[in-house]
Design a protein around this ligand. Structure first.
Ligand SMILES: *Cc1c(COP(=O)(O)O)cnc(C)c1O
Length: 332
């Protein structure tokens, strides 16, 4: 099967910011943009993106999950990068229009249509290292995706890194390309040296997140995760899982977690650790690697609470449980 995110629908929605205003959005061929090689994004990384999904229900209808949250975060990322201000209504309509056009191609669960809104600075101006791009482009790509865990899911190995950081702390809440580039070399090194799947960045001994997912810890009936601040990405999946945990009667604690506490709790049976994000939803962490040693989390296997929380979220997304929080927008 094709790798996640490597197949695209042939068209996308596109709007440009020129002469201080947004052009009308249109639907164009997905490989149709042309950029000057001196474009701001190619030199100074004026780029941000979003990732959200559309789901097909059993009755054939198509629904986008928590679109308002993603559009809001997209606008915030654009603002923090000094890109032209988004027109949230226009972006929302672009997502609806392109998903409606390809509604027939939205896969059945466990597949979905991954939606990738992207905003890039297009001004040809290599002299603008310290000035914003005055022109930009927003496009919304679609990528049908299958079961993320086809071939079996297994609990992840996470390297606890107390010295490095994923990205510059003031960039943490921006979903921007440079942040992934920043985390790549250390992550590749962790893979090679420790067979780690990801790094859990813990600067100064306190956990933040991995390269592209938030971290959650479960101890009995309590779910614990870092409280929101500007240093890390505010995941929509994180927020959805916390809401569902509360609905299921769990105690939600948003606070700092030290590596010391993490290792203490990991040793106890019944502890679970997990990563959350739109692509993989919720994935169990089986092992922490700390000071060259493997430390099992609880059983070291996929945990029952992670399965329960993932199932509860999927049930809402797939139309199998009532959408009590109004998270779905019906498109077709
Ligand atoms: C996208 C992303 C997440 C997860 O966010 P979701 O909204 O849940 O998909 C977490 N951390 C980073 C760094 C991300 O880029």
């Amino acid at each position: 099967m094709a790798a996640f995110g490597s197949v695209f629908m042939p068209e996308m929605a596109l709007a440009s910011f020129e002469n201080n205003q947004w052009t009308d959005a249109s639907i164009v061929s997905a490989d149709s943009i042309s950029l000057h090689p001196g474009a701001h994004v190619l030199h100074y990384s004026s780029t941000c993106f979003e990732g959200l999904k559309a789901f097909r229900h059993e009755d054939g209808s198509v629904h986008v999950f928590r679109m308002d949250q993603n559009v809001k975060r997209f606008a915030q990322s654009s603002k923090l990068l000094a890109l032209p201000e988004l027109d949230n209504e226009q972006v929302t309509q672009m997502i609806k229009d392109i998903v409606a056009k390809y509604a027939q191609d939205v896969p059945l669960p466990p597949g979905s249509m991954y939606i990738r809104p992207t905003h890039i600075g297009t001004e040809a101006a290599v002299g603008k290292a310290a000035a914003p791009s005055l022109t930009s482009m927003v496009y919304v790509l679609l990528s049908p995706v299958g079961d993320y865990f086809a071939g079996g899911s297994k609990a992840l190995r996470l390297l606890l890194d107390e010295t490095g950081q994923r990205c510059a702390p003031h960039m943490g809440m921006i979903k921007s390309g440079g942040n992934y580039a920043s985390a790549l070399a250390p992550t590749l090194e962790a893979k090679q040296q420790y067979q780690a799947d990801q790094i859990l960045f813990c600067p100064n001994g306190y956990i933040t997140e991995t390269g592209a997912a938030n971290f959650l810890l479960v101890d009995g009936n309590e779910i614990i995760t870092k409280a929101l601040d500007s240093t890390f990405l505010h995941g929509v999946t994180r927020s959805s899982i916390l809401t569902i945990a509360e609905d299921l009667g769990m105690t939600v604690s948003e606070r700092e977690i030290s590596v010391e506490e993490l290792l203490e709790r990991a040793a106890k049976p019944g502890t679970e650790a997990m990563l959350s994000g739109t692509a993989a939803v919720l994935t169990s962490v089986g092992t922490f690697i700390h000071n060259g040693e493997d430390i099992k989390v609880g059983s070291g296997e996929e945990g029952p609470i992670a399965n329960k929380l993932r199932q509860a979220l999927n049930d809402i997304q797939w139309g199998k449980a009532p959408d009590t929080h109004n998270w779905l927008t019906k498109i077709a």
